[in-house]
Design a protein around this ligand. Sequence first.
Ligand code: GLY
Length: 415
Amino acid sequence: MAKVLVVGGGGREHAIAKAMLASPQVSAVYCAPGNPGMTLDAIQTVAIDEMDFAGLVTFARENTIALTFVGPEVPLAAGIVDYFQAAGLAVFGPHQAAARLESSKVFAKQFMQRHGIPTAAYQQFDDLEAALAYSQGHVLPQVIKVDGLAAGKGVTVATSYSQAATALTTALATSSTVLIEDFVDGFEFSQMVLVGGEHYVLLPTAQDHKRLNDGDLGPNTGGMGAYSPVPQITPAIIQQTVATIIEPTIAGLAEDNLSFEGVIYVGGILTADGPQVIEYNLRLGDPETQILLPQLQSDFYQVIGDLLQHRQPVAQWQTTATYLGVVLAAPGYPGPTKAGVAVPTLAGADYASVAGSPQQLVSAGGRVMMVTAHAADLAAAQQAAYQQIDQLAVGDLIYRTDIGAKGLATNPNEA
Ligand code: GLY
């Protein structure tokens, strides 16, 4: 029987660990650093920081870990996979060079241009005066992006020139490069694939809810809820996404000598001209993973093992239900949050930034837990998730009350 190590400590890692533990080939799953909510599901937490690569390698060796799965982007961008591979350990995730597809937006844009992958037109600047001059002469809205990891919060859709100027000034105060992208109107979706060289497994399509408040208002967050599948993203659109984005991305990585075993997450947008890439991530999405992995009917450990060996896995996904999850966050999120706020214990929930004991969890960061449900259709899944929340002592925790609303709208542009 195999032992698995999951690196990270959020809701995504909780879901990955549960999926690994469900494998008949796996005897134990450790999560470093994990969180106390995970122990409700017999996941063993290990007090090693996700950036302590030497500590993680020592733990993996001493505990004969057969497979390490890296959840978050920050250790991936810092080269954790290269570090594990140099130590001769099996690890699932992109090496540092490929992780630049997420950690550098300029690198990603140049990659897409080179390989003919559809994405919005852009200009990059490292000089504020030049950026402001371009912005003032360019049509609104404009999408201002910081060139670096920003936990989903480095993008501003500026609808006025003064908003654009503020975003550009802030961006260039923290990063040496900023991008100004043409605004593209459409219906956003998340399409992930598990990759092993030229082999891949397509996950069901999901939709995240990035804004804090109902109606897609308020500041950007890491994600406040998700559902899957997405009715508007039909099998024909998925096929088009595979043909015009997924396969050219995998082929482009091979052409650029950047092949790897890990995840490609396409932050996509369905436009009048077909699907386009808003951004790449090189890891599973959070909160999408919490409603995607429960749909896998095959052995997750085997799927990942096959991809690591560059074999095509057999991966079966459920096709009869819709899965939906609502994130609960500490007051103040995505700004400075209140620590020590009571977080309810709920079987089946995915926990994130919590401290305390499993029976008395408290907030220790922004997003604290996700409540998920599945049902025959999206409306029923939405109702089931919110019914669970209604029965919880949520106290001061905050959450959106409209997760799934866009999927329920007949016309994607209505929601
Ligand atoms: N759900 C957005 C992300 O994981 O970046």
